[in-house]
Design a protein around this ligand. Structure first.
Ligand code: AMP
Length: 190
């Protein structure tokens, strides 16, 4: 199985690039943010809980997120692989993912980390707000908060995969096609 963690700060292009990777490698796309948003739309109990954190740009608690992700992974029989988009966002999530995948005998193949500087992220998120309708994209204070949470809680997850020799840094600046090409090359030379 090809199991990829697509990593990066908010606005790095994880959603856009995930679509390209799914198409090329036939992977199952699991975006925790998308799953939470679907639950908010469906007004489920999980959605109501997640919304209170998401609207402020905070992380949904680990236990809730890990249980939800586990259920999603186990829904798929004989997948070619998974692309984890927006997960793991904490070391506890990364550990839980390893344990889950160990049980399936299908460890993470690599983490692909899209690197984009902060000033560019803010521009992209403000632009995305015009079409995404996302509350958390529209308010500069919430964007600041999401970037701060990323730097404090999420960026350290890189080290978790570095220690396993699975970390790959990808330049996330430039044309969408150019970035996709860099991702394909990195996956295929492994
Ligand atoms: P995203 O769509 O990945 O930008 O995620 C939007 C929001 O959903 C985040 O700001 C968090 O509030 C929440 N979220 C998504 N994935 C996670 C996760 N792995 N752990 C905790 N919260 C998450």
């Amino acid at each position: 199985m090809l199991n990829i963690v697509l990593f990066g700060p908010p606005g790095a292009g994880k959603g856009t690039q995930s679509e390209r990777l799914i198409e090329r490698y036939g992977l199952v796309h699991l975006s925790t943010g998308d799953i939470f948003r679907a639950n908010i739309k469906g007004e489920t109990e999980l959605g109501v809980l997640a919304k209170s954190f998401m609207d402020e740009g905070k992380l949904v608690p680990d236990e809730v997120t890990i249980n939800m992700l586990r259920t999603e992974v186990l829904k798929h029989e004989n997948p070619k692989g998974f692309i984890f988009d927006g997960f793991p966002r904490t070391n506890a999530q990364a550990q839980a993912l390893d344990i889950l995948l160990e049980g399936l005998n299908a460890p993470i193949t690599m983490m692909l980390a899209l690197e984009v500087e902060e000033s560019e992220l803010k521009i992209r998120l403000m632009k995305r707000a015009e079409s995404s309708g996302r509350v958390d994209d529209a308010d500069p204070a919430i964007i600041e908060n999401r970037i701060r949470v990323y730097n404090n809680e999420t960026a350290p997850v890189k080290e978790f995969y570095m220690a396993q020799n699975k970390f790959k840094s990808i330049d996330g600046i430039g044309s969408i096609d150019g970035i996709t090409q860099r991702l394909f090359e990195t996956i295929e030379k492994d």
